[in-house]
Design a protein around this ligand. Structure first.
Ligand SMILES: O[C@H]1[C@H](O)[C@@H](O)[C@H](O)[C@@H](O)[C@H]1O
Length: 549
């Protein structure tokens, strides 16, 4: 099959509006016979088995992100004197921060490389870095070797955190994109939970931490081998003019789709998914950087993607993730590690809830419900801390109440509610970041947003204990509650609803403004359309079945 590649820069895409005032580009399938959904109908209105397999294999990156950031708190305890003497606070901080720093650095380049060289080689590079980083740590006998290993592993984490949602978004049928990206988030939160569990189980075992780190080499090795055989995304292939190959991938991810349908789909992708101009890697990267800042819809996408990642980190969730044992110990819980597992467990369970609701309820609505929930929970914690009477000095708690009080219980309940409302919304919605950008700048946009995530994570983990010391726990939690309010205002005014839309439609939504109202209309129109097609499909199949019987 050969399809002619039209030159059609995204910056000049012709954006028109429908009678309802929806900003719909003329590149978008406008009628109810949208071939994308017809392709879906061939798959029993579900993503094909291959798409599910590809998503799960890509989500190993999410798992590595979670596991590698999760095991360190217990490893730091079980390292004990293995490096000669007890680790100082400073050394512990360096070992922890090295991964976030590595992730921040590699995230900056990962998206750009994904645009230039493809999604697959980038995934495979992260696998090599995961394995090398873990091997260095396993053999470490000095603090600096350990830090080096964590840094190399961090490079892998940064790349993995960016590339998995990107790969999944580009393969997913629009109606399931939210859910499929959340599978990667389940990998993250599941990885954190398992790391906590394994770490807690092995923390008394001599050199147990080396086992915990060693185990982390298995999943990336599996992913590396698998990706050797897995395809590139059709959208990336089309952006490189490889339409034949793209058609081959579509026919595998949408078994049963006719040649004509595949051609239509490819034609649709081709109208926006072309490559940036430029004769070499540097000039093309520069073009991308210019395009993301100069094209207003791209810049809006960038603001939203970075702001959501910033909100995710600066509302303080990771401070609980990293320091919950310290906090729980401070309010009088003996088995603080076990209580910390509750935080990781709640995070995982409510990410699972997000999986079921994200495409139905919509990303925007979930945030507008979740963020106030986080704010109320944080206020409850702030008030309770006022009555618990603890102080933090030199990175640890000075207790005035030695027994758990009623307020201590309220703090735990508040934190669990905070984690639940976080996990269902802002914990995963920012990872839908790739849907905001058109093909030409998707990787670069994802780089900016992912780097924002890791910068936030680095800042929060480096400042949380200092905040507890200087502005008290009540002040710290009240501060995060205040940030939730700012976050709510931002989402309310600037984050349009993008669920159920094709990746090619989102750029049109962001043309001429944030178009909140129109986006809501378009998203519900798409939802209704999908529901209608599903009903028709089921009816047709039932009739066929009845005829056969
Ligand atoms: O989406 C993830 C998830 O919520 C993790 O639990 C958290 O530790 C990460 O920072 C975040 O990016």
């Amino acid at each position: 099959m050969s399809v002619e590649l039209k030159e059609h820069r995204s910056s000049t895409a012709d954006i028109s509006t429908t009678s309802e005032g929806l900003p719909i580009s003329n590149i978008i399938p406008k009628n109810d016979e949208d071939d994308a959904s017809m392709l879906m109908a061939f798959n029993n209105a579900k993503p094909s088995l291959l798409v599910i397999c590809l998503t799960v294999l890509a989500s190993i990156s999410g798992f590595m992100f979670g596991y590698d950031t999760g095991y360190i708190s217990s490893a730091l305890v079980s390292i004990g004197k293995d490096f000669g003497s007890e680790l100082t606070y400073g050394q512990q901080e360096f070992i922890t921060a090295a991964t976030s720093l590595g992730a921040l650095i590699s995230a900056i380049f990962a998206g750009i490389c994904a645009d230039l060289f493809g999604r697959k080689p980038v995934v495979m590079t992260s696998n090599v870095l995961f394995v090398v980083g873990a091997a260095i740590q396993c053999g470490a006998h000095t603090v600096w070797t350990m830090i080096a290993g964590r840094l190399v592993m961090g490079f892998g984490v940064g790349i993995g955190s960016l590339i998995a949602p990107l790969y999944i978004s580009e393969l997913a049928p629009s109606r399931f994109r939210g859910r499929l990206v959340v599978i990667n988030c389940l990998g993250i939160t599941g990885g954190q939970l398992i790391a906590y569990g394994v770490g807690a189980g092995l923390d008394q075992v001599h050199n147990g931490w080396r086992v915990v780190v060693g185990l982390s080499m298995i999943p990336p090795a599996i992913q590396l081998v698998a990706f050797f055989f897995l395809p590139e995304t059709p959208r990336y292939l089309i952006s490189k003019g490889k339409t034949e190959k793209a058609a081959g991938v579509i026919s595998r991810t949408h078994p049963g789709a006719s040649q004509a349908l595949i051609e239509t789909k490819i034609g649709e992708f081709m109208q926006l998914n072309n490559e940036l101009p430029g004769s070499n890697v540097f000039s093309r990267t520069w073009e991308g950087i210019k395009e993301i800042h100069r094209v207003p819809s791209n810049f809006r996408a960038l603001v939203i993607a970075c702001a959501l990642q910033g909100i995710q980190q600066f509302t303080g969730f990771n401070s609980l993730m990293y320091f919950s044992s310290t906090i729980f110990q401070a309010i009088g819980f003996d088995n603080s590690t076990a209580v910390s597992v509750i935080v990781a467990g709640t995070n995982f369970v409510f990410t699972l809830v997000a999986f079921f609701v994200i495409d139905r309820v919509g990303r925007r609505r979930i945030l507008l419900i979740g963020i106030p929930g986080m704010m109320i929970s944080l206020i409850v914690c702030a008030i309770s801390f006022h009555y618990i009477k603890i102080e933090f000095k030199d990175g640890s708690a000075v207790l005035r109440d030695t027994k758990i009080t009623g307020w201590g219980i309220v703090v735990i309940v508040g934190m669990v509610c905070f984690v639940a409302t976080y996990a269902v919304g802002i914990g995963n919605v920012p990872w839908q970041q790739c849907e905001l950008f058109p093909q030409s700048v998707r990787g670069i946009g994802a780089s900016y947003a992912t780097a924002t995530n890791w910068s936030g994570s680095l800042v929060i983990s480096a400042t949380f204990l200092t905040m507890l010391e200087n502005i008290t726990p009540t002040g710290t939690f009240a501060f995060f509650a205040g940030l939730c309010l700012v976050a709510y205002v931002f989402v309310f005014f600037c984050y349009p609803e993008l669920s159920n839309m094709e990746l090619e439609e989102t750029q049109a939504v962001l043309t001429g403004g944030f178009n909140i109202k129109q986006s809501k209309k378009l998203a519900s129109a798409r939802r209704r359309q999908h529901a209608k097609e599903l009903a028709e499909y089921l009816e047709k199949n039932t009739e066929e079945l009845v005829d056969k019987v």
